[in-house]
Write a protein that binds this ligand. Structure first.
Ligand code: AMP
Length: 403
């Protein structure tokens, strides 16, 4: 608990702010996937609904700002938020107007013209270089849209951008219901988790996860490591990994994580077998390795059936489970069985009373593919932000709001 955000920061909550009739500027995370010009997964829009419904009921004039993708500081049609307005309108069952800019006199005029309970979604913040540079003039322009600022973009609070740290310097600011829920969950679980506490960490890169692995070792009873990053750990143990993903320069760090697990008496489990292939592509011939080692010419693409068995045994015993990162190249169905097995086991553990938390876009995608999202205690909308919170880092978007 000592390293988490909440005790150190005093964050004003949306329910404490007078907002009736006010122009409320809400930073949301509508960085949703688009396919053929339409939103293909609306989970992030749904996550914003509690705050939006509250604001509508409270008769605020609502201005939404968000980023989408990485347009590099200038407009790019494929990153327009226009289709998002349509999708939001559908799930909110209320008109959502769209404005094709986020700053400038016309944008301000559109905000000023709003009536109580109306919603206006502005164009992508990242169409302006000032957003990611945290340019103060750009923040000032954005702030002029509203009278009150609500931070509800959990997925963006670990970034020091104009919309996350610039605006709170100018407007009275608070955190919305999504950010509140994310913080409460991570605090509750990390602060005083029901035990055994099992963390499952996967994904491609060791370097992205080292910080959180080290912190988790102070808290968990069992750490299960899978995905592409597991091969660097296996290499550290002197096990041959063929042509699998390897971060050579992280071998020593991986070994340090293993050493720390011994010192802390944390059970740290690596894959015991793998699905191995000559090339990562659909339709390729797949073999199951006999043990931890991978033949010279092959690549590990997913955890094997024996590993699934071992990992599931740990998950079944757990009372708190945290999962971030896929166990294999789950985007290709042949290599998604490890990740699917974790998702299903977590859903089962949840039914038996365990607290289940999932963070990271890929793990969430696995859940939604299996229709299991609703069965988790909490699905975090911000993979990066939740990892940084778990690491005990100070998140710029929260510090900026804290009084
Ligand atoms: P991350 O963003 O670090 O959580 O990594 C997610 C990515 O890891 C996904 O795109 C997966 O395809 C990839 N991944 C998982 N397992 C493997 C593997 N065995 N080899 C290569 N990539 C992997």
């Amino acid at each position: 608990m000592e390293e988490t955000q909440k005790p150190a920061l005093k964050l004003k909550r949306l329910q404490e702010m007078p907002i009736q009739g006010k122009r409320v500027l809400v930073r949301v995370d509508f960085n949703v996937p688009l396919k053929s010009g339409a939103v293909s997964d609306d989970s992030r829009l749904r996550a914003a609904l509690p705050t939006l419904r509250y604001l509508i009921q409270a008769k605020a004039k609502i201005i939404l700002i968000s980023h989408l993708g990485r347009p590099k500081g200038k407009p790019e049609e494929k990153y327009s938020l226009k289709p998002v307005a349509k999708a939001l309108e559908k799930i909110l069952e209320t008109p959502v107007a769209f404005f094709p800019e986020c700053v400038g006199p016309e944008a301000t005029k559109a905000a000023l013209n709003l009536k109580e309970g109306e919603i206006l979604l502005m164009e992508n913040l990242r169409f302006h270089a000032g957003e990611e540079k945290n340019d103060s003039a750009f923040a000032q322009d954005l702030a002029s849209l509203g009278e009150v600022f609500v931070e509800d973009a959990f997925g963006a609070i670990h970034r020091a951008h104009a919309s996350t740290v610039g605006i709170p310097k100018i407007l009275p600011s608070c955190v919305g219901f999504l950010v509140q829920r994310e913080l409460e969950f991570l605090d509750r679980v990390i602060g005083n988790p029901a035990r055994p506490f099992v963390a499952i960490i996967g994904g491609a890169k060791v370097s992205d996860k080292l910080g959180v692995l080290n912190k988790l070792l102070d808290r968990v009873d069992t750490l299960l490591i899978g995905g592409g990053m597991a091969y660097t750990f296996l290499a550290a143990q002197g096990i041959s990994i063929g042509k699998s993903l390897l971060e050579k320069e992280k071998i020593a760090d991986a070994q340090a994580v293993i050493d720390k697990s011994y010192a802390k008496k944390v059970t740290c489990l690596l894959p015991a077998d793998h699905l191995a292939v000559s090339e990562i592509k659909p339709g390729v011939q797949v073999s199951v390795t006999q043990g931890m080692a991978i033949p010279e010419q092959l690549i590990g693409a997913d955890i094997g059936p024996h590993t699934i068995e071992i990992f599931l045994e740990e998950i079944e015993k757990a009372k708190t489970i945290f999962w971030n990162g896929p166990m294999g190249v789950f985007e290709i169905p042949e290599f998604s069985s490890g990740s699917r097995a974790i998702a299903e086991a977590m859903a089962k553990a949840g039914k038996n009373g365990a607290v289940t938390i999932v963070g990271g876009g890929d793990s969430l995608a696995v859940l939604s593919q299996g229709g299991l999202s609703e069965q988790m205690s909490h699905c975090s909308t911000g993979g990066g932000a939740s990892l940084e919170l778990l690491e005990g880092k100070t998140l710029p978007g929260l510090s900026a709001i804290s009084s």
